[in-house]
Write a protein that binds this ligand. Structure first.
Ligand code: GCB
Length: 576
């Protein structure tokens, strides 16, 4: 799926701004042709923290706006594209239903050419944010009186994951045109032969549209090639892409009828390889060590809304501590973040929104279908980013069920069929299966979330380190695959100090992270260390979540460093 682009063949109009909004608590509204009144609301942003009484409202909300398009657009193919609507979106234009989409965090587009008029277009979006067991991620799972967390310790709202279930139109809405005959999709894969970069380009375009000319430009090279002759571009003395040197070439594709250009699309290309070899992860043939974080799209007032300045800030913070990577915990991040990772040289483990999956029959088939849909949509969206080095199919599924292995084997095969070039993982948590995790048999890299010294061995970091070391060694001995410690951390109240260190103090977090990293540095098969979390973030209310926050950030929610951030900087930052 191509990100909209503006050039002399394609135009974009951004619909960000103040829309009208009204809630529909009993889901009885019939406002598809438009509604009167309502309250102003900002788009994009979550609704929860904008309007005082909607913080915990997860039902149906109706959005409405009006827009015009330049007269010159009419007669051309016109699309509307939503970057992310959480959770279920139904869209009407001028009273006609133009489509619907299930699932937050991934884009969708509908053609509106035959419904759009020059002026006063009425756009209505019904958003259903309800948590349900047959949705992904799931929520409102029937309480299990035998489990304290399903019973008397149940959180509110009752999500099956540890971040606030923000809803609404959370990323940009764009109306855009493409030419009558257009480039529809592009897939770029890269390889390295000696000093030559091998760039494979596959283009999908409208039927009978002539031929495609590719121009690859950068670092003193300009290759022009007709893709009907060969879809492989060979770049001599290629400037490879890596975190140290995020070199990007510009690939421009032109669709031609005879000598006339009828469409053009340009995308950045980073020439790099990523492979698993034994228990190592190789970037451009060399072992690579990931240092970095899990993170959240989370900021006061905006909720999970698109905030470009916070994205830049987070890259600055990550660079400041010496991180070279992150995982898109626990849902695909905005595609603009992925484009920045390409430019700024960050390695990304790209995760779907399959968090908190469980295998009880109720809703299982629907959850399975959604996981397949989201895996397809994620790979279609992000396949061309050099920064993306791995697909993560899920975070911490409750895999202590015999259905889990086959469920993920199928999903793994799907991801591999769609993209044979990248390793695939399923992120696992210790307390469920430990090293008996069924997905460890077939995934390419073992991603382990472990909190020894926090949820167990609490208050005793050294005991936790011992348990961790034993488990890492046993897991490596059993599977011989590269391991990433994909989460480790400790809740820390900023400004709370203790000597000797104790839980929740800045000293405890600093000691916990230091001792864990020192252990990981001794294990050659550990290829990544991702601290949980970059910043403090909002979650559901629960007795184990002070102030409805997860305080495991090494930066606060407003991006100020805790003591541990300074220590990470000493541990990770390369000499300059
Ligand atoms: C985990 C989850 C993450 C939580 C974290 C915690 O294992 O993957 O979503 O926020 O633990 O802090 O408990």
């Amino acid at each position: 799926m191509l990100y909209p682009q503006s050039n002399s063949y394609r135009q974009i109009q951004d619909l960000s701004g103040f829309w009208n909004f009204r809630i529909d608590p009993d889901a009885s509204g019939a406002w598809s042709a438009g509604f009167e009144g309502g309250q102003p609301i900002a788009v994009p942003a979550s609704w929860n923290d904008q309007l005082n009484d909607l913080r915990d409202y997860l039902g149906v909300g109706w959005y409405q706006t009006t827009f015009s398009v330049p007269a010159g657009w009419l007669g051309q193919p016109i699309f509307i594209r939503f970057g992310s609507v959480n959770y279920l979106a139904e869209v009407w234009l001028n009273g006609t239903q133009i489509g619907q989409h299930e699932g937050g965090h991934l884009p969708f587009a509908f053609e509106i050419s035959s419904h759009v008029q020059a002026e006063a277009n009425v756009l209505v979006v019904r958003v259903d944010g309800e948590l349900a067991p047959d949705r992904v991620p799931p929520g409102n799972i029937p309480p299990d009186p035998k489990s304290p967390f399903g019973g008397f310790l149940r959180n509110f709202p009752a999500n099956a994951f540890d971040f606030f279930p923000y809803c609404g139109i959370q990323r940009p809405v764009q109306v855009y045109t493409v030419p009558q005959k257009a480039i529809q999709d592009v897939t770029v894969t890269t390889d390295i032969e000696g000093t030559t970069g091998v760039v494979q380009v596959a283009v999908e375009h409208s039927a009978d549209a002539g031929q495609v000319r590719a121009t690859l430009k950068g670092f003193g090279t300009e290759l022009v090639q007709d893709l009907d002759d060969s879809s492989t571009l060979r770049v001599e003395n290629a400037a490879l892409w890596s975190p140290d040197q995020p070199n990007l070439y510009d690939l421009t594709l032109e669709l031609l009828v005879g000598d006339t250009i009828i469409d053009r699309y340009t995308l950045p290309v980073g020439i790099r390889t990523i492979q698993v070899a034994g228990d190592q992860l190789l970037l451009n043939g060399e072992p690579v060590q990931l240092t970095g974080f899990g993170r959240h799209e989370d900021f006061p007032v905006m909720g999970r809304g698109y905030v470009p300045a916070v994205m830049i800030k987070d890259f600055e913070l990550m660079r400041w501590v010496g991180a070279n990577s992150f995982r898109t915990t626990h849902y695909p991040y905005a595609e603009e973040m992925m484009a920045l990772a390409d430019r700024l040289g960050f390695l990304v483990i790209d995760e779907t929104q399959a968090v908190g999956l469980y295998f009880a029959e109720h809703g299982l088939e629907r959850r399975r279908e959604l996981c397949h849909q989201f895996t397809r949509e994620l790979i279609a969206r992000d396949k061309n980013h050099p920064s993306v080095i791995m697909w993560s199919l899920a975070n911490e599924p409750f895999n202590n069920d015999e259905k889990a292995g086959p469920f993920f084997r199928e999903l793994y095969d799907l991801a591999k069929a769609l993209d044979p070039t990248r390793p695939v993982t399923v992120v696992n948590v210790g307390m469920i299966n430990g090293p008996d995790e069924p997905t460890f048999e077939f995934v390419d890299v073992l991603c382990m979330n472990r909190y020894y010294g926090w949820y167990s061995q609490g208050g005793n970091i050294d005991d936790g380190i011992e348990v961790l070391e034993a488990e890492l060694d046993a897991t490596h001995a059993k599977f011989g695959k590269p391991i990433i410690l994909s989460e480790f951390g400790a809740d820390t109240l900023p400004g709370w100090h203790a000597e000797p260190s104790e839980m929740f103090s800045e000293e405890y977090q600093t000691e916990f992270l230091t001792k864990t990293i020192n252990l990981l540095n001794q294990k050659s098969y550990v290829v990544g260390q991702h601290v949980w979390n970059l910043c403090d973030f909002k979650t559901s209310q629960a007795v184990f979540r002070t102030a409805a926050m997860n305080f495991k950030g090494v930066f606060t929610r407003d991006r100020r460093p805790k003591m541990a951030a300074h220590r990470l900087r000493e541990l990770w930052r390369k000499e300059e």
